[in-house]
Structures are given as C-alpha cells and as structure tokens.
Ligand binder design. Sequence first.
Ligand SMILES: *Cc1c(COP(=O)(O)O)cnc(C)c1O
Length: 421
Amino acid sequence: MPDAARPPSVDRLARSLADTGLPHPLLVDVARRAIASGDTSTVEARARDDASALARTLLQPVINATGVLLHTNLGRAPYAPPLYEGYTNLELDLATGERGSRHAHAASLMARACGAESAIIVNNCAAAVLLVLAALANGRGAVVSRGELVEIGGGFRVPEVMAQSGARLIEVGTTNRTRRADFERAIADNLDVALVMQVHQSNYRIVGFTEAPDARDLATLGPPLVVDIGSGLLDTACPWLADGPPSWLRDEPAARQTLEAGAALVTFSGDKLLGGPQAGVIAGRADLVQRCAKHPLARALRPGGLVLQSMQYVALAYLRRDGNAIPFWRAATAPLSELRDRADALGRGKVVESMAVPGGGTLPGVEIPSIAVALDGDRSAALRAWSPAIIARVNDGATYLDLRTIDPSHDAPVRAALAAL
Ligand SMILES: *Cc1c(COP(=O)(O)O)cnc(C)c1O
C-alpha cells in the first residue's frame, strides 16, 4: 500500500507504469521527474500523464483526416507496405555471387518506369540536385532562368544548393519572362557552361505577363539540359490509372515527357506525386547518371535498403500499371460516391462537400473535390488524443474530417473515435 506521507520509490513507481509499453529506463526518468515535482498525493497520476505524453512523442501511425494528401508534417506520401525483414541482396549479384550494385533493383526499375536509360536513387530531391550539380558542373557554369531561382520550403533554395555544389550560377532573363535567346546569349558569353537547368516552380505560380521556354526549346542549346521536375509525376498519361490522368493534374510536368523532350537528366522526389518514401531520383542519360553515381558525394547521399525496398515496391506497381497499389494514387482518385458512402457510415457529424489538396509544395491552387464529416466546435485535440491519433482540419469553429486522405482501413477507428467524442 502506498504511504500517503512518503513518496513512492522510483523503481516501484516506474514498474507500476509497465502497462504503458515504454521501456523501463524511460519510465524511471518519468518516475524521477514526478517524484521530484513534489506533491505526494498526485505523484502517480502525474507520472502516468508524463508517460503517456512521452509515448505520444514516439514515431507512430496517424490517421490523416486533413484532406492534404501530401502533408509535410505527416511524412508527405502515405507509405507503401514494407516488403522484407532480415537480409536482402542489396549489393549482391545473385547470378554470379559477385558484389552487385545498389542501383540494380529499385533504381533500374524506376528508370524503366519513366523511360530513362538509367537512374540512381538518393535521399531526397535536394540531394539529387546537389549531386547532379556537383558531379557535372563543379567549378563550371549552370544557366538558370531568374524566374526559377525558387525556394521550395524547408530551406531548399536553388541558388544556395548551386553554391554548395561548387557550380557557378548564371542567371538569365527576368522574374516573369525568359526566352531561349537569353540562354543562347549566356552560353555564347560564358565559355564554360556545363549545364542548362530548368527548375519546376512547384509551390507557386507566376501569372499574367509571363514567358518561359519549355524543355524542348532548351534541350537543343548544346550543354546537357537538367530538369528538376520536383514532384515526381512519371508520365502525363498516367497509364497506372484506369481512367487516365485526373483533370487536376493539368500541366504538371512528368519525367517521361521531359526526357522525351530532350532533357539529359530529370530529378524528382520519391514522396510527392510519385507516392513513395522520402527519396530522390536522378534519371536520364546513362553516362551522366554514371558520373553522378561515381562522385564521392554519392555515398554520403545514398539511401539504405529500407528506402530502396519501398521504392522498388512503387516502381513495380507503376510497371504493372497498378495505381491502386500506391496509397497516394488510391486516395487521390477515389470516387466521390465512395467517399460519401464511407462518410455516411461513420454515423456522426454532418456529411458535407469538401476540397482536398495535393499539398507537399506541389500543384499550388489545385483542389480535388472531396467529402468530409463536419463536427461543431474545435474537436482537434480530442481526435489527436485518440489512438491512432486522428489529425483533422479546423475551420471557422468547426472540425472537418476529410474522407479523401483517410485510408478505408482506418474507417473503423475513426468511427469509434467519433462515437466516443
Ligand atoms: C520538392 C522539390 C525539391 C526538394 O525535394 P525534397 O525531396 O524535399 O528534397 C526540389 N526541387 C523541386 C522542384 C521540388 O518540387
């Protein structure tokens, strides 16, 4: 029996919290803090609150009810299921028993999926751009339009990445209008231009009096054209979707068509419209990809087997034309009638029309029609406290759970959470 006058022992208090599932050393920390905080009568309740607060800081699955498909705080694209446990043939050629290449599986499938000669996978698109510039333009010039010297977010600023790579930035044109002739002039004036670069504006648009050359115009200037398409749409025709490209994709550039237009390399993220894990892809001409792979930075920027497994899963799904196997595309293209039926079945709140967004710094201004359940008041904290945590959107004093970003396998816990509110 606890003695009301004396604090419990650290060890006993820690052991009494074992049902939280946290390892003993963490519970000892929690127990120490609770005891040190004073009031003996509340020490156990306090320790239990602290333990559950600590458990909430761990990486864990959450239910994305925000309607933002690529939510930066929720890890952008929803993860595809992991494939294997234990050892893999990451760098072993099973045919010869010799050392193999970690670019032989996921990256070569990704190249096939976007129609490139060759590809490598790095940690993210920022790493892809850095590696391309370091490997192909270190100490030399790279020509970019002034309208594309963008900041993507989280500190990825094109001019700064170029500076880090050792490439010399040659800006041409103006913020709103740049022409092929601007590039021609820069190349004629600068004897040592290694690359022409085009960067997708990603998270903003310039509208009005604008002009920009397309990849086809820039591909014939002489130096290899590198296009940072960013979001990772593989093919504008979306052959992995039964109904073809959704209207909201509009003019989003795709890897296959950019390469067909004459780009020597494209770079893109794994976890935006590609729907994979955090990764970056460099795809295109085999000789240039090889120079990137051989650069000393490539080792520092390479992902491990877990990411490559996940990228292989995604590449195989694209090659099977099976968009349903990619959680991002399944969510992005779910028919409204299906979302409405699922919302009705949640049994609580008002079913309303909603607008989901791609998010993740892609497709600014694009909205995807959706269905949400609306609750009176701000219920976001209670929903976040559910297990798994449910992340909802609060707008004008009401809480919205958008069905487009909730995986159907999560409808049951969402229904239970709503019933318990
Ligand atoms: C998102 C983006 C990046 C950065 O990609 P990360 O995978 O987040 O590093 C770079 N370039 C463009 C054009 C992008 O859209």
